[in-house]
Design a protein around this ligand. Structure first.
Ligand code: MBD
Ligand code: FE
Length: 251
């Protein structure tokens, strides 16, 4: 059965790709190499996902941000896991003992587009270890580390403490890394913390926080950094504090 949306998108996609091939006079031999490259990537467990997310996932967030009034959405990346441990407001995310990095407190309010605080929003938080791996994905780090689920209080407030992540090199030993190298690009993301907010009657909101002034904020391999999400760190009573408010759209 004909699907109008699939038809509309694929017709445009085919037009654009044909235009690029013509512009660069892509040869049949190069076309064959491209097929072999993509077939090779699809034989790996993770490569095609990584490649597509690296180049295109940000566009889903930019498109969502055009349509929604709330705070800026950002890419999810491949490493969200269900079932993160619930923690209370102000608690520290479980980290490995050898995680002796800098400490950071991230806190703020969750509001609706009407400006009213929203209680009971579930806020998933996840980020890499200080050596740039993700728990429950890369070997050796149990999935209940570096991930947590918080709930906003009656004032819409949340607060989480954690060990600050450092710049993250995406898996680069496969096709995605090879492609980036051939393009003269690196495979680093700036240090970032992922969030997913969900609550009744609200659009699920996926975003990230980046740290102002840090490496790769201006050259993310995923092109995902949005100015609104690059936040300053304040010193409050000897703590590094990031304030990140969320404005969530009604479903
Ligand atoms: C990540 O941690 C990430 O955030 C993205 C977008 C891609 C790969 C790994
Ligand atoms: Fe990430």
């Amino acid at each position: 059965m004909k699907n109008e949306r699939v038809n509309a998108i694929v017709e445009d996609l085919v037009d654009v790709i044909r235009g690029v091939m013509l512009k660069h006079s892509v040869t049949n031999d190069e076309f064959k190499q491209a097929i072999e490259f993509l077939e090779g990537a699809s034989r790996e467990t993770f490569e095609l996902q990584l490649m597509l997310r690296n180049f295109f996932e940000i566009t889903t967030a930019v498109a969502a941000n055009q349509e929604h009034e709330g705070s800026a959405a950002n890419i999810a990346g491949p490493f969200y896991l269900e079932g993160a441990p619930e923690i209370a407001n102000g608690e520290h995310i479980k980290v490995l003992e050898e995680s002796n990095g800098e400490e950071v407190t991230i806190r703020g309010h969750v509001k609706g587009t009407d400006g009213k605080p929203i209680e009971g929003v579930k806020l998933d938080v996840w980020h890499s270890t200080p050596v740039g791996t993700y728990s429950g994905v890369h070997p050796g780090i149990p999935a209940d580390h570096y991930r947590a689920k918080l709930t906003t209080d009656a004032a819409g407030y949340y607060e989480v403490k954690t060990t600050k992540p450092v710049p993250y090199q995406i898996p680069h030993d496969g096709h995605t890394g090879q492609l980036l190298t051939m393009m003269g690009r690196h495979s680093w993301r700036p240090a970032h913390v992922h969030f997913k907010a969900h609550g009744e009657g609200l659009v699920e909101h996926i975003t990230q926080v980046y740290f102002e002034g840090e490496d790769y904020v201006d050259s993310d391999c995923c092109d995902a950094v949005i100015d609104e999400l690059v936040l300053p760190t304040a010193q409050v009573n000897g703590e590094n504090v990031i304030t990140k408010d969320f404005v969530l759209d009604p479903a």
